[in-house]
Design a protein around this ligand. Structure first.
Ligand code: BEZ
Ligand code: FE
Length: 294
């Protein structure tokens, strides 16, 4: 077959996929070709525009290394990460909603005892976080692993300033007690712009968009027999809640970080200064085909 033109090329490419070895690869490849060709037919790029598009993707790839993942940022800012999340995480009543993981999770965060202050050398308004982890039916889950991480009050994560601060901070791993509860102290996080010194930043500027995320604390919670929960809790009142650059905000994840006067805090600690207090009850979804006892 030859002499393809605008009307025949799509069918020709689709026919070429007939021998794909795996049904899923065939299905995904066909959809890719159909949608990509439809995009080109709609946009009708000039040769220069198409070369610029390839250059954008090339620079996006070159920006990626073990510390920076510009393709995930692209997926996040085009709403694709949250679309994939929505498709994969329909949540039953009682289970906490999910949101994006983001690039600042660290696999080997230090495990700390409940009640630890994880702010390290960072200065800011003290924040107490207390919470519970339960099955969606309300049964408390003892021994659940709770990873937390958040930005400082300038909007930076520890990993963005490791040379200055010397060690990980504002992140740790806790385990729930027999009552399914955990708690820790840190500093209240601020809103921040996502890394915007690369191709994704250029794209946002060209699209007339700001790069900001509303202030939040990240949680990743795991317990045997339950789906891992990846979510954040957002600070109520933040001015970016309705325009999060990565489309990650859900009403059920917004909470008052209540300002409390000096005095005895809910965990018994005596505070000489005012502090902020967040309490959140997390619900986990049971794995459908779990072999673990309920
Ligand atoms: C974050 O919340 O850490 C984040 C999420 C998506 C893109 C950039 C940052
Ligand atoms: Fe974040």
């Amino acid at each position: 077959m030859r002499n393809f033109d605008e009307t025949t090329i799509t069918t020709a490419v689709l026919e070429r996929l007939a021998g794909a070895r795996d049904a899923r690869i065939k299905e995904v490849s066909e959809a890719l070709v159909r949608h990509l060709h439809a995009f080109i037919r709609e946009v009708r790029p000039t040769q220069k525009e198409w070369a610029d598009g390839i250059d954008f993707l090339t620079r996006t790839g070159h920006m990626c290394d073990d510390k920076r993942q510009e393709f995930i940022l692209l997926s996040d800012t085009l709403g694709v990460s949250m679309l994939v999340d929505a498709i994969n995480h329909p949540m039953p009543e009682g289970a906490t909603e999910t949101t994006v993981l983001g690039p600042f999770f660290v696999e080997a965060a230090p495990e700390k005892p409940n009640g630890s202050d994880i702010s390290g050398p960072m200065k800011g308004d003290p924040m107490l976080v207390t919470g519970s982890v339960s099955a969606a039916d309300g049964r408390p889950l003892a021994g659940a692993v709770v990873d937390v991480w958040h930005s400082d009050d300038d909007g930076y994560y520890d990993v963005q300033r490791l040379e200055q601060i010397g060690d990980l901070a504002m992140r740790a791993r806790f385990r729930t007690g027999a009552d399914g509860r955990f708690h820790f102290w840190s500093i209240k996080p601020a809103a921040y712009p996502i890394p915007n010194d690369g191709p994704v930043g250029e794209m946002l500027a060209a699209q007339g968009r700001h790069p900001w995320r509303p202030a939040h604390v990240h949680f990743m919670i795991s317990a045997p027999g339950f789906e891992q929960l990846v979510t954040h809790i957002f600070v109520a009142g933040d001015k970016y809640l309705d325009s999060d650059v990565v489309f990650g905000v859900k009403d059920s994840l917004i909470r008052d970080f209540e300002r409390r006067p000096p005095g005895r805090a809910p965990d018994g600690r005596m505070m000489e200064t005012a502090y902020f207090y967040l309490d959140y009850d997390f619900g986990l979804k049971q794995v459908a085909s779990s072999t673990h006892p309920a």
